[in-house]
Design a protein around this ligand. Structure first.
Ligand SMILES: *Cc1c(COP(=O)(O)O)cnc(C)c1O
Length: 393
């Protein structure tokens, strides 16, 4: 194995400069316009972007907030979810989904995931429903939507609200639905590395329900229905006009950026296919071209001659940055031990946490870089296979 002693990063996990460079002057101009106008908070450009993003997500109202976590926490409250309500969510999600449920005052009920797609297992969800269950939060993880048809069936049968965590799934599609348009409301994040990202934190709730939209408008603005008249114990959480201006400039490029991601994923899939026999299995895509690949995640299965940690180390040594999304499922995070969950509660989520590895994924990642990455994985497996070890011994 050729070692790279200075550990220089040849291929980063994410490179945002590639998407900013071609539109750099437009982005600067958009920011300068806001500086000149001075409408930094709840400005016209925010309203324009809210309407535009709601429209491309096939919904009606968009309410910009400070981050995706606030979109979940305040969004659940806007849907009248509160203490005494149970909310079902997958154990293998980013911790923000859980934090949102807790901040709304509801009781989180975890369920396991499908080991092939890493998406919430809706059969397990059905079994977790009680008389107190008010809502289910499907997380469209890695950019792939949870089946809208199965979700709507489940919600209809048990009279549940669907609140989508679409933080990783801007413009994703499945079964004719867009991410954000399936349930009563949906939360998006504009964290810089998301498929649509600002120059800092940001988020949005989208909904078709005018009552939810109105309540959300109050909740993000100190609970005020008009100035200095407060009908709700709200908070201060607004998407800055400057961030909205940046996101508005980027929005027209999002479909092409998502196509680039899909194209990269297809190349990964083709080049990694021969490694299936060695236990390298990509997370399954059931949504075809509707998958927007926020992340490209492979599993390093038990049959693989090398452990996930060793593969990650050797890729790092080869200058290739990778990630793990996420290394500890929510139900095993120390901060939430009082919820009473234990190791063994969700075997698929726990197994995936040990096996998954996210490969570099961003618009602009080149064909030769993809080849370099898959080549480095193949090389690492070959030099660690049992027969090779015998030869070296
Ligand atoms: C990023 C993310 C969030 C939170 O968004 P922030 O803007 O970082 O607060 C919530 N859920 C999922 C699945 C995410 O990936």
């Amino acid at each position: 194995m050729k070692m790279n002693n200075n550990l220089s990063i040849a291929i980063p996990f994410v490179d945002l400069n590639l998407q900013h460079q071609p539109i750099y002057n437009h982005l600067l101009q958009a920011i300068e316009n806001i500086l000149k106008q001075g409408d930094f908070v709840l400005g016209q450009t925010l309203s324009d972007f809210e309407a535009a993003f709601a429209a491309v997500s096939d919904t009606k109202y968009g309410i910009g907030v400070a981050c995706g976590t606030d979109a979940i926490a305040l969004g659940l409250q806007a849907c009248n979810i509160s203490s005494g309500d149970e909310v079902i969510l997958p154990a293998n999600t980013f911790v923000a989904t859980l934090i949102g449920v807790l901040r709304a005052g509801a009781k989180p009920i975890f369920v396991d995931c499908d080991p092939q797609t890493a998406l919430i297992d809706l059969n397990a969800a059905a079994k977790a429903i009680t008389s107190k269950t008010k809502a289910i939060i499907p997380v469209h993880l890695y950019g792939q939507m949870v089946s809208p048809k199965q979700l709507l069936d489940l919600a209809d049968t048990y009279k549940l609200l669907i609140f989508e965590d679409a933080a990783q799934a801007h413009l994703a599609e499945r079964e004719g639905y867009r991410a954000g348009s399936v349930g009563i409301a949906a939360a998006f994040s504009f964290y810089p590395s998301k498929n649509l990202g600002g120059f800092g934190d940001g988020g949005m709730l989208v909904t078709r329900d005018p009552d939810v939209a109105e309540k959300m408008v109050r909740l993000r603005n100190y609970g005020a229905s008009r100035k200095y008249f407060h009908t709700e114990a709200g908070t201060n959480s607004r998407l800055d006009t400057i961030q909205a201006a940046v996101l508005q400039q980027k929005l027209p490029y999002l479909p092409q950026w998502n196509r680039d991601r899909l194209n990269i994923a297809q190349q990964y899939a083709t080049q990694l296919a021969p490694l299936a026999a060695s236990g390298i299995i990509p997370i399954k895509n059931h949504s075809g071209e509707g998958h927007v690949y926020h992340l490209y995640v492979i599993r390093v299965c038990e049959t693989c001659p090398i452990e996930r940690s060793a593969l990650q180390e050797q890729l790092t040594a080869a200058g290739i940055q990778t990630g793990i999304h996420y290394p500890i499922p929510c139900h095993l995070q120390p901060a939430f031990s009082d919820l009473g969950y234990q190791v063994g509660n969700f075997p698929h989520a726990e197994m995936l946490a040990k096996q998954i590895l996210s490969l570099p994924m961003y618009p602009g990642l080149s064909n030769s870089q993809i080849q370099e990455i898959t080549g480095a994985i193949a090389h690492t497996l070959a030099t660690n296979s049992p027969s090779e070890k015998l030869l070296l011994a």
